[in-house]
Design a protein around this ligand. Structure first.
Ligand code: UDP
Ligand code: MG
Length: 351
C-alpha cells in the first residue's frame, strides 16, 4: 500500500502536499494561507537530552532568553516553556533539570525510564506537551542549531504553516560527520524514504500536526519522514549550524546507520524490489552461461569444468544470503510492529 494514499484514522488530510524544496529557499507549499488569529501562541521547546549535563544549563538559559524576547514582543504567550526530555541519561542530566525547574517554572521536564533513542525521546516530548501548547519547536540539547530562527519559524506558523522545517546552511561539524550524514542522507533519498534535504530534527509543528502523528501507531516512527507524510502546509527556513559546545556527539556511526535503515525500511520497499530485479538478472545471467556451455559442448571443445562449477556456487550463495538479509530486515520490522510495545515509558514528569 502506498503511503500517499494511506488513511490516517480520524485525521483529516488537507489536499495540499509538501513538494521538495531545495535548501535555502523558503516558500509556501499550500495553496491557501490560513493566517492564524492575533492571540500569541503558547510555544513549547522540546529538547531531547542524553548525557548532556555539560551543556543543558547554558542551553536552557539561551532558550529562556529567546522565550523572554518573543514574549516581550508579543509573539508568544507568557506561558511558553522549555521541556527537557531525559532519554535515560547516566550522568547528572536529570539532577540539573530538577535544579533548573526549581529556579524557573518555565523549565519543565520528563524523565524516561531508559534510553529509547532520539526519535522516541522526541515523540515522548511532542506527545507530552501537546495539551499545553499551540505549537512546538524541537531542538538539540547541544544547541548546534541557531535558536534565533525560532522567531522566523513563528512568523511562518502565524502565517498558517503547520510544519516549519529548519534546513542546514553549511555546518560546523567535522569532515567525517559531514561525510557520514551526507552518505546516509543520499542513500535514504535513493531508496525512496521521504525526507527534506538538509533537515534533521529542528522544526516547528502545530498542535494539529502532533495530533496527526499520534495517529501513526507504528513502533518504528521516523519523525522526519512522518511529518512530510502528513501533508500539512509546510515551510522551509534555513539556519546555520554551530559546533557542539561541550560533550560529544551521541550519534555515532552505529546510531546513524540504524536511523538510516529505519528511515528506509519504514518508508520504502525499494530494497525489496531491488532484490527481485537482482534475482532476475542473476537468473538471466545463469541462463546465458548455460547456453554458452551447451554451445561449446555441442561443438566438442568442452571447457574445463572447475571454474564453471565453483564460481556460480559462490556467486549465487553470496547473492542469496545477502538478499535473505534484506528480506529479514523487513520481517524484523513486522515482528517489532506486531508486538506493539510502548515506544517509551515515562518515569517522572516535572510540570
Ligand atoms: N539524543 C537522545 N538520545 C539518544 C541520542 C541522542 O536524546 O539516544 C539527543 C542528544 O542529547 C542531543 C540530540 O539528541 O540533544 C542530538 O544528538 P547529538 O548532538 O549527540 O548528535 P549529532 O548532533 O551529532 O547528530
Ligand atoms: Mg549535535
Amino acid at each position: 500500500m502506498s503511503s500517499t494514499t494511506r488513511e490516517t484514522g480520524t485525521v483529516t488530510k488537507p489536499a495540499t502536499r509538501h513538494t521538495a524544496v531545495a535548501a535555502g529557499e523558503s516558500r509556501l507549499t499550500g495553496t491557501t494561507a490560513n493566517a492564524r488569529s492575533d492571540s500569541a501562541p503558547v510555544l513549547a521547546i522540546v529538547v531531547p537530552c542524553l548525557n548532556e549535563e555539560l551543556v543543558i544549563g547554558d542551553t536552557v538559559r539561551r532558550l529562556c532568553e529567546v522565550l523572554q524576547k518573543l514574549s516581550a514582543a508579543g509573539k508568544v504567550d507568557a506561558e511558553s516553556f522549555v521541556y527537557l526530555v531525559d532519554d535515560g541519561s547516566r550522568d547528572r542530566t536529570w539532577a540539573v533539570v530538577e535544579e533548573l525547574h526549581a529556579l524557573d517554572a518555565r523549565v519543565k521536564g520528563l524523565k524516561l525510564v531508559r534510553n529509547v533513542g532520539t526519535q522516541n525521546a522526541l515523540l515522548a516530548g511532542l506527545l507530552g506537551v501537546k495539551e499545553h501548547a499551540d505549537c512546538v519547536v524541537t531542538i538539540d540539547a547541544d544547541l548546534q542549531q541557531d535558536e534565533a530562527v525560532i522567531e522566523t519559524f513563528l512568523e511562518k506558523y502565524r502565517a498558517g504553516a503547520h510544519i516549519v522545517y529548519g534546513v542546514r546552511r553549511g555546518r560546523g561539524d567535522s569532515y567525517l560527520k559531514k561525510a557520514t550524514s551526507g552518505f546516509f542522507y543520499n542513500l535514504m533519498r535513493l531508496m525512496g524514504a521521504k525526507i527534506i534535504k538538509h533537515h534533521s530534527e529542528y522544526r516547528l509543528v502545530s498542535r494539529q500536526a502532533i495530533d496527526a502523528i499520534s495517529e501513526y501507531r507504528e513502533y518504528n516512527l521516523f519523525l522526519r519522514g512522518i511529518f512530510v507524510d502528513i501533508g500539512y502546509q509546510s515551510e522551509i527556513v534555513p539556519f546555520t549550524v554551530r559546533r557542539r559546545g561541550a560533550g560529544k556527539s551521541k550519534h555515532d556511526f552505529r546510531k546513524l546507520a540504524s536511523l538510516a535503515l529505519d528511515g528506509i525500511t519504514s518508508f520504502s520497499i525499494v530494497p525489496l524490489r531491488l532484490v527481485t530485479v537482482a534475482g532476475m538478472l542473476v537468473f538471466l545471467f545463469s541462463v546465458l552461461m548455460t547456453l554458452f556451455y551447451l554451445y561449446h559442448k555441442i561443438k566438442g571443445h568442452t571447457p574445463p569444468g572447475w571454474a564453471g562449477t565453483i564460481i556460480p556456487i559462490y556467486f549465487l550463495g553470496g547473492v542469496q544470503i545477502m538478499f535473505l538479509g534484506i528480506v529479514g530486515e523487513y520481517i524484523g520490522k513486522i515482528y517489532q510492529e506486531t508486538k506493539a510495545r510502548p515506544r517509551y515509558i515515562k518515569d517522572t514528569e516535572l510540570f
